[in-house]
Design a protein around this ligand. Structure first.
Ligand code: HEC
Length: 885
């Protein structure tokens, strides 16, 4: 531990001891980031969530048995039962370990260098011997006749089993309740509430697995499909007038399955189904106790909050994560939302929710408590009426602490009224509260194996959770923002195939947003494609995350502003909406880059009005950040901010407005502004080169002719000849405040329409904008050198994907170390080429021409830099690569 940290921990302890606080429940995190975690599946927790692929469970078992939404209950130390929350069936019971650790969270848990998996293979499988299984049909049915087919509406790929829940009239999963002796599953069948508890009993030579039920009154007969077992199992049912029958599986599979028939009943009934291996079954139906489980995580973990010493207007403070905790639990925070009193709720990729208090206190410490676990790779949460809603692969859970002990004992499935496939990239990316108590969710796309119903979509969930409506589809990996006052939904997407650069969209009207899986015929679009609010070049922002409205913030000029998060190059941007035209437009500009972890999502703490942002990295989500995970507080220091408040492209130039007065002589010098424009093309290839107006690669420079300062000194109008609508415009400025503080920045926007500039209306008085062409001096590139190459490597984001040493941690492309002059093996053939200057130049300009073996099917491909980098810049990069021996 570093000595100053140690000193802080010691003084903290001293401080708390002096203040007389009871200490036994405190755990002081040592602040080290290299704590090793225990295993992802915790033996002290009764369930976890996972995809369960039991399609290869063995001969005689159903061959289509895949569960995209599974609750895996630990019934005994080595006994596991997977419950399918969509079909209300037990999909498999096995003895052994949990599931094979191949999915996103378990796969990367203690292996940050393991690449993010995609598609539908390999998927988590029961890690042990399966002895009971069911195929893809409802586990509970209404009536006397049992049907062993899946009657849910098929997905676009008919073989896709992730079709969402059963119709509500047939049945719906309700909750997992943690009780003193395990868990109770709750669901409705027809109108009747069913409670189920599983247990195992060992007696002499026999071993019995039991499913125990309590069923509320039902006027209709109900049937429970028990499943197919290995031949050494004998099955019995007892109680409730239940009888046992066998139903043939044909036509899908051969053999038959056991079914329990429950007659109509006016009073609640209990019954038990036992599965016995050797000997006689030893169980009787008893009462299912609903006593909440006792507290599991009694300790509070204390961490430091370190204030940034930076003198900027917006700085990032660091809140140490409880990485060092009594349960050796990994903490990869994905999202943070707040209760009304400023208590934070943090959700982690590993399925936990932590409660964090004191973030805004003057004490400089944060107090963490574990609140919930067992969730299915959640990345996001929302708070409504002080209740926590987590969106994971199972759906949206409402986490309830029914006995007030500070831990969730009921996971209530508030909504799964939409589909989820087993595709590992159908991430449950985001949930946000919308006006009227509704929610908006965003789901990942890409679809490498099948086409599902809701992959790559943004959906609205009704306030009661019962219906889901598609707001937009055809996203690659959307991340959203919701204006809680107006209901406006925005979404970003990730550059990739079909997505030529980073877009920021408005979502609604069920439009198509342009992404097609590479499994589909190339460039056959099913609909017109929605145009974004603005494009953002990949070099400026390679992957956009949350958009956040700073309502209730105390962040000076950013109060009520829309901001968004850049992940790849960690950054916070301001989005300046421009509603002067028929189509809403926007410009984006940087606020701060001071993150050392890759930021994902966040929100404003109502207690201090500052913005808290969480994030973590795993291999495959490209980032230039150095730290694996973090929680940052974007704090307004009160220093005047030079972030513009308005950027409006117009017919005669660009209007920029600031929150502070500008120094006149720099403001009115047109040489202090630079402008460029270019286009992208949308193709099946990854990303897009940049094109000039004449269709050749490159960018068009626009030379400003004049510049004017407004009468109040806060705005400038830059006169630009040749303004016209274009996909991407960039404006840079290098100015000074009236207080003579120099500043410079760049903004990006897509001018669809250029409204007329009226000097009087905009506060410039009676000026005539001079648009006579000027010749620009001093715009040549920096001299060609390896040093300039190193600078470009960072500035243009090559660093996100290429290492320049032997390490390959979090890098998505080949290392450049020793690359120059070696033989490269090209994918799709046995071609070997020498990595000479021509090869490197082609790799940068036409990356798809020769793809290095092993990188053909990566999550991320090399984008083309044609038109982005000038010839001399490419020369510098080549010199830099050459220098890496
Ligand atoms: C989003 C990730 C990403 C970024 C950003 C990126 N690359 Fe790449 N790059 C790749 C991948 C993946 C490959 C291997 C596939 C291929 O050859 O196209 C690659 C291959 C290359 C190669 C060939 C390497 C070899 O081993 O043969 C060169 C040279 C290269 N990139 C240069 C650059 C430069 C220069 C930049 C920045 C201006 C850059 N890359 C930015 C992902 C990236």
């Amino acid at each position: 531990m570093n000595p100053s940290l140690k000193a802080t921990v010691v003084s903290l302890l001293a401080g708390l001891a002096l203040s007389g606080t009871a200490l036994p429940e405190r755990f002081f995190a040592q602040g080290t980031a290299t704590v090793t975690s225990a295993s992802w599946v915790e033996s002290a927790f009764p369930f976890f969530s996972s995809i369960v692929d039991a399609r290869k469970a063995g001969p005689g078992f159903p061959a289509n048995n895949l569960t995209p939404r599974g609750i895996v209950v630990r019934v005994g130390p080595e006994t596991w039962a997977a419950f399918d929350v969509d079909l209300l069936r037990i999909s498999a019971i096995w003895r052994g370990k949990g599931v094979t650790p191949v999915a996103l969270a378990p796969g990367s848990y203690n292996h940050p260098d393991r690449k993010t998996p995609g598609g539908q293979s390999p998927l988590p499988e029961p890690d042990g011997a399966v002895w009971l299984a069911n195929g893809i049909y409802p586990g509970w049915q209404i009536g006397d006749d049992v049907s062993l087919v899946d009657s849910r509406e098929p997905a676009p790929s008919r073989e896709e089993v992730g079709r969402g829940p059963l119709p509500e009239a047939l049945g719906r999963f309700s909750a997992i309740r943690q009780v003193s002796n395990g868990v109770v599953l709750e669901y409705r069948v027809g109108g009747a509430m069913v409670r189920e508890q599983m247990e195992e009993v060992h007696t002499n030579d026999a071993w019995t697995f039991a499913r125990e039920f309590q069923v509320a009154p039902s006027m209709q007969p109900l049937a429970l499909v028990l499943g197919l077992t290995t031949s050494d199992v004998s099955i019995a049912v007892q109680g409730g007038g239940v009888s046992l029958a066998r139903v043939p599986l044909a036509p899908l599979d051969s053999g038959w399955t056991w079914v329990a028939h429950l007659p109509p009943h006016q009073q609640p009934v209990g019954f038990i189904a036992t599965f016995t291996h050797g000997g006689e079954a030893a169980l009787n139906a008893s009462h299912i106790s609903l006593d909440p489980a006792p507290r599991r995580w009694t300790q509070e973990v204390i961490t430091r909050v370190a204030r940034s010493a930076s003198k900027e207007a917006y700085v990032v403070d660091d809140v140490a994560l409880p990485l060092d905790n009594p349960w050796q639990r990994s903490v990869r925070p994905a999202d943070i939302q707040f209760l009304k009193d400023g208590t934070g709720a943090v959700v982690t990729l590993d399925g936990d929710v932590w409660i964090v208090r004191g973030l805004h206190d003057s004490s400089g410490t944060a107090r963490w408590r574990r609140f919930a676990s067992g969730l299915h790779e959640p990345l996001t949460l929302a708070v409504r009426d002080d209740q926590i809603y987590v969106f994971d692969r199972n759906g949206i859970w409402r986490l309830r602490d029914t006995n007030g002990d500070g831990e969730a004992d009921v996971h209530e499935l508030f909504s799964n009224a939409f589909a989820q496939t087993a595709d590992l990239r159908e991430f449950p990316s985001m949930i946000r509260l919308a006006p009227g108590g509704e929610f908006v969710i965003a789901k990942g796309g890409q679809e490498a194996a099948t086409f599902g119903k809701h992959n790559g979509s943004v959906l609205r969930i009704s306030a009661d959770g019962r219906t889901a409506t598609v707001l937009g589809y055809g996203f690659r990996q959307p991340n959203i923002g919701v204006n809680i006052r107006t209901g406006l939904v925005t979404a970003s997407d990730q550059q990739g195939n079909y997505i030529p650069s980073t877009p920021l969209h408005v979502v609604g009207d069920a439009q198509f947003y342009g992404f097609l899986s590479d499994k589909k015929p190339r460039e056959v679009y099913p609909a017109p494609i929605a145009e974004p609010l603005t494009w953002i070049p990949h070099a400026a922002n390679a992957s956009a995350m949350s958009q956040i409205w700073l309502f209730g913030a105390r962040m000076g000029p950013l109060n009520d502003a829309l901001v968004y998060i850049g992940f790849n190059n960690p950054e916070l941007f301001r989005v300046l909406l421009n509603d002067r035209t028929a189509k809403l437009q926007a410009a984006v500009v940087s606020i701060t880059k001071a993150f050392d972890f890759p930021p994902l999502h966040g929100s404003v703490d109502p207690a201090d009005g500052q913005l808290y942002i969480t994030g973590f990295q795993i291999l495959g989500w490209g980032t230039t950040a150095t730290r694996l995970a973090g929680l940052g507080r974007v704090r307004y220091t009160g220093v005047p901010s030079t972030v513009p408040s308005r950027i409006i492209p117009m017919d005669k130039g660009v209007l920029l407005r600031f929150d502070l007065p500008l120094e006149r002589s720099t403001a009115v010098n047109p040489d202090n502004y630079s402008l460029a424009t270019w286009h992208y093309t949308r193709t099946y290839q990854y990303g897009s080169p940049q094109f000039k107006a004449d269709g050749t690669t490159g960018i068009d420079l626009l030379i400003p002719a004049s510049a004017y300062l407004s009468n109040d000194g806060h705005a400038v109008f830059v006169g630009v000849p040749g303004m016209s609508p274009v996909m991407q415009m960039r404006i840079g400025w290098s100015l000074a405040t009236a207080g003579r503080m120099k500043f410079q920045d760049t903004a990006y926007f897509t001018p669809y329409e250029l409204p007329k500039f009226s000097p009087r209306v905009e506060g410039f008085g009676d000026i005539t904008v001079d648009l006579s062409p000027r010749v620009r001096t001093g715009t040549a590139d920096a001299p060609v050198s390896a040093e300039e190459g190193r600078r470009l490597y960072k500035a243009y984001g090559c660093i996100a994907c290429h290492a320049v040493d032997d390490s390959s941690l979090t890098k998505l492309g080949p290392t450049w170390k020793g690359l120059y002059g070696t033989d490269r093996t090209i994918a799709g053939g046995v071609v070997r080429v020498n990595a000479d200057e021509a090869y490197i130049r082609q790799s940068i300009l036409e990356p798809a021409a020769k793809v290095v073996e092993g990188y053909e099917r990566g999550e991320v491909s090399m984008p083309s830099y044609a038109g982005v980098l000038s010839d001399s810049q490419i020369e510098s990069l080549i010199l830099f690569i050459k220098s890496l021996r």
